[in-house]
Design a protein. Structure first.
Length: 577
C-alpha cells in the first residue's frame, strides 16, 4: 500500500462527536495524518459482531448505540502511514480513519446495501441463470429430437459453451477493471440476451454450436465481475454470506424457471413453433430488460450514487458514505491501492497469474463440482429415461433446488460463524459420496421413485462455491490480484465443467454405471484435496509467524516501510483456510 504523506485533495475537519458517553476530539489534517485523543477507548473492545442473514439484532451483550468501529492498522501512527490508500482511489474524499459509528448505524447501512446493491446483483445473476440453464428445460421438450441432435452433440455444445466461457473469463475481468463493472456488466447482459432470444430460430447443429459459443464468450467473466463489484461494498466477513445470497438467486432463478418452463413449454404448437423456442425467446427478453436496468442501477463507486436515474442526491448520505468507505478500508486496507477504473498492466497481470499461493484454491475449483455436476446436467434426460413425462420432469427438479438453496445458505453461514472453509468443503463431498454409491447400485428395474429420491438428496448437497469465491478474494489481499484470481478460480471451475461433460456418455446410458464409478473416485479425491489445502495454508502461516515474530519492533517497522512484497506476499499477511 502506498503512503500518501504528501497531500490529499483537501483538508477535512471532523467535529467532536459523542458516542456512548465518550467524547472524542478528532482532527484530520492535510495529508491524511490523523491525531486522536483517547482514540483507543473509542473503538469497539469486544469481538467482531456476527452479522447473520437478517441483520436484525446482535447479541444481547452489545449496545446498538455503542461504537461499532473496529480496531485496525489505521489506529497505530507507525502502521497507518504504510497503509494509506493511493491518491487515485475513487473514494479518497471519504477516507477518514478518525470517524466512528455505532452498531445501529452499521446495521441500518447493511440493510440498505443489501436492498440497493445486493438485491439487484442477485436479480442479474438470476437472469444469467435463465439464459444458461434453460437448455436443460428445452431437453424436456424434445429439443434434441426437433433439431436432429444426439446426446454427444449436446455434450459438444456444452463443451463449446464452457470453453468459450472460460476463454473470456480473464479478458472480461480486465475489461471490467478498465471500464468499471457498472459499465461492462450491463453491456454483457444486453449482448448475451440478444443471442439468447435468437435461439428461437435455431435450425440444427451448426446454429446450436454457434449460439453456444457466443453465449459462452459474452457470459464469461460475469460472475467474477460481480464478485469484484460486491467487494467494494462489503467486508471480508460479510462477503461469503452475500455471495451465498448471490448463488441463492441462481437457485431461486432455477425454481422460477421451472414454473416458467412448465407454462411456456405448454405453448408447443403456438404459431406452429415448439415450446422450447418460445422458452428461449421469452426468457431472453427478460434478461434484456434486466440488462438495460443495470445501466442505471449499478454504481460507479460507493460514493458516486447520484445520477439522473438514481436521483440528484444519490442513494447514500455523506455520513453513510463515510461509514461505507472507512469500514471497508479498516477491514482490508488493500482495497484502496487502485482506482476501480485503473487497468492492470502486463507486469501486474503476470504477478497475479504466478501467485502460487492461490493455486490450491484453483485446484479445488477444478475438481469440487465434478462429483455432482453430471448428475445435475443430465437430470432431465435421466428422469425422462426412467418413465417420467415432460411436464413431470420440468417440476421434479424443484425439491433439489430448494434443498440446495437451504444447505448452501447454512454452510455459508457456518463458514462465516466458525471462520473455517476447508472442512466445510470436505463435509460437502461426504454428503455426495453415499448417494453416488447408491446411484451406482441401481439397476434397470429399480424403483424409479427410489432413483429420484437419491438423486434429489445428492443434488441438495451444501455447495461451498460461494464460500470458495470469497476465500479466493480474501487470500488475494490486493485489488490487482483479486481481479485476476476471481477469473482464474472461475476458469478452473469451467475446466472442471468440461471434464464433467464427458463423464456421462451415450454408450453408458441410461444407468451410467461407469460414469457413476468415476464420480465416486473423484469425490474421494476431493476429500483429500480439501484436507491437503488446509494443511498447506496452515504451514504457510506458521512459516510466516516464525519469520515475523523473529523480528524486533524496529525491524518490523523497517520492513513495512521498505518492503517490495505486495498483496498476500507480505510477511504480515495470514491466509484463511
Amino acid at each position: 500500500m502506498s503512503s500518501n504523506s504528501a497531500g490529499s485533495e483537501k483538508a477535512v475537519d471532523v467535529r467532536a462527536s459523542e458516542l456512548s458517553g465518550s467524547v472524542l476530539s478528532l482532527e484530520k489534517t492535510e495529508g491524511l495524518t490523523v491525531t486522536e485523543s483517547s482514540s483507543v477507548s473509542s473503538l469497539a473492545k469486544h469481538g467482531r459482531k456476527s452479522f447473520f442473514f437478517w441483520q436484525v439484532r446482535g447479541p444481547s451483550s452489545i449496545d446498538l448505540d455503542s461504537v461499532a468501529t473496529q480496531e485496525s492498522v489505521f489506529d497505530d501512527p507507525v502502521l497507518a502511514k504504510h497503509y494509506q490508500p493511493c491518491l487515485e482511489y475513487e473514494n479518497l474524499h471519504r477516507f477518514d480513519p478518525s470517524v466512528r459509528w455505532t452498531w445501529r448505524e452499521e446495521i441500518a447501512l447493511l440493510r440498505k446495501l443489501d436492498l440497493r446493491i445486493m438485491l439487484f446483483v442477485g436479480i442479474m445473476f438470476g437472469a444469467l441463470q435463465l439464459d444458461r440453464g434453460n437448455i436443460s428445460q428445452a431437453n424436456a421438450d424434445n429439443f434434441l429430437t426437433d433439431l436432429h441432435l444426439s446426446t454427444n452433440d449436446f455434450n459438444n455444445g456444452n463443451t463449446i459453451f464452457t470453453v468459450c466461457f472460460l476463454l473470456s473469463e480473464l479478458p472480461s475481468q480486465l475489461i471490467s477493471k478498465k471500464l468499471g463493472p457498472d459499465r461492462w456488466v450491463p453491456t454483457q447482459m444486453v449482448l448475451w440476451s440478444i443471442v439468447a432470444f435468437s435461439q428461437f430460430w435455431l435450425s440444427g447443429r451448426k446454429s446450436f454450436f454457434a449460439t453456444r459459443a457466443l453465449l459462452g464468450l459474452l457470459q464469461g467473466g460475469f460472475i467474477a465481475d460481480c464478485t469484484l463489484y460486491l467487494s467494494y461494498f462489503y467486508t471480508a466477513s460479510e462477503l461469503p454470506v452475500r455471495l451465498a445470497y448471490f448463488w441463492a438467486s441462481d437457485t431461486l432463478a432455477n425454481i422460477i424457471a421451472s414454473f416458467l418452463g412448465f407454462g411456456i413449454l405448454h405453448m408447443r404448437g403456438v404459431k406452429g413453433y415448439a415450446g422450447w423456442r418460445w422458452l428461449f425467446l421469452i426468457e431472453g427478453l427478460i434478461t434484456l430488460i434486466a440488462g438495460i436496468l443495470a445501466y442505471g442501477l449499478m454504481l460507479p463507486a460507493p460514493t458516486k450514487s447520484a445520477s439522473w436515474f438514481r436521483g440528484k442526491n444519490g442513494w447514500f448520505s455523506e455520513r453513510e458514505e463515510l461509514i461505507m468507505v472507512n469500514r471497508v478500508l479498516r477491514d482490508d486496507p488493500s482495497k484502496g491501492d487502485m482506482h476501480n477504473r485503473q487497468p492492470i498492466d502486463w507486469h501486474k497481470l503476470w504477478l497475479s497469474l504466478s501467485d502460487y499461493d492461490l493455486w490450491p484454491i484453483y485446484i479445488i475449483g477444478l475438481t469440487f463440482g465434478m462429483s455432482s455436476a453430471p448428475v445435475s446436467t443430465y437430470l432431465s434426460l435421466t428422469l425422462r429415461s426412467i418413465g417420467f413425462s415432460t411436464f413431470q420432469t420440468t417440476l421434479m427438479g424443484l425439491p433439489n433446488q430448494v434443498g440446495g438453496l437451504l444447505t448452501m445458505l447454512a454452510v455459508s453461514y457456518s463458514s462465516q460463524r466458525f471462520n473455517e472453509r476447508s472442512i466445510h468443503g470436505l463435509l460437502s463431498q461426504l454428503w455426495v459420496l453415499p448417494n453416488l454409491i447408491a446411484l451406482r447400485s441401481f439397476g434397470l428395474h429399480s424403483n424409479k421413485w427410489s432413483k429420484y429420491a437419491v438423486t434429489t438428496v445428492l443434488l441438495s448437497h451444501p455447495s461451498t462455491h460461494a464460500v470458495q469465491v470469497a476465500w479466493t478474494s480474501r487470500n488475494s489481499n490486493s485489488v490487482r490480484s483479486r481481479t485476476v484470481s476471481s477469473a482464474m478460480y472461475n476458469i478452473a471451475c469451467q475446466l472442471g465443467g468440461i471434464v464433467g461433460n464427458y463423464i456421462y456418455r451415450s454408450d453408458d446410458a441410461p444407468l451410467y454405471k461407469r460414469g457413476n464409478m468415476d464420480l465416486i473416485a473423484i469425490c474421494c479425491m476431493n476429500v483429500f484435496i480439501y484436507a491437503g489445502v488446509k494443511g498447506y495454508y496452515i504451514l504457510r502461516n506458521r512459516s510466516r509467524d516464525r519469520k515475523w515474530n523473529s523480528k524486533s519492533k524496529e525491524e518490523k517497522e523497517t520492513y513495512l516501510g521498505t518492503t517490495s512484497d505486495k498483496g498476500n506476499k507480505r510477511l504480515d499477511f495470514r491466509f484463511a483456510h
